[in-house]
Structure formats: C-alpha cells, structure tokens
Design a protein around this ligand. Structure first.
Ligand code: PLP
Length: 384
C-alpha cells in the first residue's frame, strides 16, 4: 500500500469514529481482538506522540524508570483500582506474553510440584487454558456446557462440594468465540477461583474479593495487544515453582513494579489513557449500562427474525461478543462481504465456530450497533 493511501484510510476511519452517526460512509470495527480503542484515546495519543510530557520525545523513547513513566504507572494502577473497585489486598501486575502466557504462568505460580487444579470447560478458551496447564500439573476438567434444543447453555456453577481439594478452580466468564458469558460467579467454597477475563474485563461491575486471580489480555477491552493484566490476591504471591521464568513470577514482578525487564511501555501508556477515558465518562457503571443497552438492541432484533439465529441460551448470551448465523455458509459469506463494503468491518465469525460475530466491547458506540441492525434488516429484506 502506498503511503498516501494508508494515510487516507487512517483519517477516514479516525474522522468517522469521531464524527458520530451522521456520515453514511461511517466505519465501525467489530473485530474480536485486537479490537476498537476509543477514538478520544487514539486522538490523545496522536496529539502527544511526538512530545510527551513536554520532553520533546515520545513515550516510547524514554526510560521506563524515569520520573514521568513511573508517574504514569502509579496513576494507571490507581485509576484501574478505582474503576474496578480492587481491594487493597490485591496486586495489579502489567505483564507480557498475553493471556496465553498466563495459561502457563498460573499453574507455575499457584500449584506446588504435586498439586492439582480444576478447569471448568465452557468452550475454546477455557479448554485451551486447561491444555496448557496440563504441561505443568495434574488438571481435572469438567464440561459445564450442554446443547439442548439447538441452544448452548451453562449447566453447572456450584463446585463447593469438590473445589477445596484443588489449588485453584479456573473458568472463562466470557467465551469470546461462541459468545457464551457466565455472569454468575461460580461457587467454589473457600477454594481459590481464577478467571480469564480477557474479553469482558471492565465491561461490568465485579466483586473482585470472590477471586484469587483475574487476568486479561489487553487487546479486547483495555487497549492494544502486548500487555496482560493480572489481579492477584497477595496471599497467593510467593508460591511460585523454582523453574518459573522471572518475567512470569508474580512475586518477582510484584516487587519490581512489573518491571523485572523492559515493559511494553507504549501499550501500558495506551491502557492508562483508556482508564482515564472510562473514568471521565462515568466509570464501569456507565459503560456497563451502555454495554447492556447495545447487547439488548442486537439480541432483541435477532429474536424478532427467523432469518438470523443466535444459538446461545438467553441467560448465557455474551454482552461483548454477539454471534449469529443465517444457517447457510454462502449467505453468511455474502453477508460479511456486503457488510464490509458498507463499512461494518470484521464481522466474520471465528473459524472454529463459523457464522458471524459482532464484538461490541466497551469502545463500540451505540451508533455502531444501530448501523449493524439497519444493515441486517436490509440484507434480510434482500435475501430472505
Ligand atoms: C483472546 C483471548 C485469549 C488469548 O489472548 P492472547 O493475549 O492472544 O494470548 C485468551 N482468553 C480469552 C477469553 C480470549 O478472548
């Protein structure tokens, strides 16, 4: 692509995200991840890209141990804690290696050489986490989903009778690929609960005190790829196996402000801007209300038509990832192509599930969902 074209596309996307719903050629990005970042955050980053904090350089080009970057991470920690109401006895770590890195780091940090953990399987990501953990420890896995009458639902969340024999119980509250969300927190008695919140962190209020550990790759609901947040209760820190790499050792990282090595400074900076943006717009309560409204709009349309179907039981429908299909692969492909041409991007479902998927994370404005529904109606009228 020529440089001129690249710039043109960039401005097109950017301006239209800022301009709101007036413009017919507006672009909305429904990507599952890396996903949308608020336009105001991108604009702020653009404004201070060449001159951050009056230093005459970008945030990418200064020492992570310098005064300004240290201030940034202190404020980011404070803002994130305020947003998510994180109790004082939890540490927040900003690490590398994504959520998948944590699939390995969690057993290395939480299971002694001989322990074992329980993994609740609700789909692709929870199963993948269990598979990785098996490289490090004995893992028991229980399927918690069933398909009945063409609908997928979660059928068990009480494990209080068996949980305490395990070092921890792991689950995924939002299966990004199928769009299965578990809003009720599993009952594990006094056992340690671990949650992979990669695709629904900060999407609604959460009682952190019910968890031993929460983790989330940033690229869905927090910022860009390259950084993963780990919220870990302090009493769980300091048990890592000897062989745990320092970069993933929670004790070493907690004692080093998550800077045992050079951190992904630009990703951290963008996350800090996303936190500020959320705080400036009413925090998690406000964004949660908006998220519910967006999901309700889309699901209630899906429920009114027989042309498209969502195959997830109502109580487990994801507020973040809305999957749907026409039931016909060719028609699905046509839908995705025409939607893309109409400025509704990245609606193709994950290859393991097929169909369509609209990821409507925190940064997706309600206008994006309205534009999608308008397009879906038009496509239905033309193809039913
Ligand atoms: C995207 C995703 C992952 C993988 O994240 P990476 O940062 O690419 O490792 C894991 N879990 C869930 C729920 C996801 O949505």
């Amino acid at each position: 692509m020529r440089q001129g074209d690249k710039n043109k596309n960039y401005h097109f996307l950017f301006n239209n995200q800022l301009l709101g719903s007036q413009n017919m050629s507006q672009v909305f990005n429904f990507s599952a991840g890396p996903a949308m970042i608020p336009a105001a955050v991108l604009k702020k980053a653009q404004e201070e890209l060449l001159n951050w904090q009056g230093q005459g350089t970008s945030v990418m080009e200064v020492s992570h141990r310098g005064k300004y970057f240290m201030e940034l991470i202190t404020q980011a920690d404070k803002d994130f804690r305020e947003l998510y109401n994180i109790p004082d006895n939890y540490k927040v770590l900003f690490l590398q290696g994504g959520a998948r890195g944590q699939f390995a780091a969690i057993p290395m940090n939480l299971i002694a050489e001989k322990g074992k953990a329980l993994y609740l399987n609700s789909g692709h990501w929870s199963a993948t986490a269990a598979k990785e953990a098996r490289n490090f420890a004995e893992i028991d896995e229980i399927s918690i989903i069933e398909e009945k009458g063409g609908l997928t639902r979660v059928n068990r969340l009480d494990f209080s009778d068996i949980a305490e024999q395990y070092d921890y119980v792991h689950y995924c509250p939002n299966e990004t690929i199928t769009g299965v969300e578990i809003t009720e927190i599993p009952n594990v008695g006094n056992a340690v609960l671990v949650g992979d919140f990669s695709s629904n962190i900060l999407s609604r209020k959460l009682d952190i005190s019910k968890f031993g550990l929460i983790y989330a790759g940033a690229q869905k609901n927090l910022g860009p790829a390259g950084i993963v947040i780990v919220i870990v209760r302090e009493d769980l820190i300091g048990k890592a196996r000897k062989a745990t790499p320092s970069i993933w050792n929670y004790e070493i990282q907690a004692n080093a402000d998550s800077m045992i090595n050079t951190p992904p400074t630009f990703a951290w900076y963008l996350c800090s801007l996303v936190f500020k943006d959320l705080l400036a717009h009413g925090g998690v309560d406000a964004v949660a209300a908006r998220n519910l409204k967006k999901a309700e709009l889309l699901y209630s349309y899906l429920d009114q038509t027989t042309f498209y179907r969502n195959t997830i039981a109502k109580e487990n429908r994801s507020v973040m990832n809305v999957t749907f299909t026409t039931g016909d692969d060719e028609l699905n492909a046509k839908f995705v192509n025409e939607a893309t041409a109409a400025g509704l991007q990245a609606l193709k479902g994950h290859k393991v599930f097929g169909g369509m998927r609209a990821s409507i994370y925190n940064a997706m404005p309600i206008e994006g969902v309205e534009a999608l529904i308008a397009f879906m109606k038009k496509f239905e009228a033309e193809n039913a």
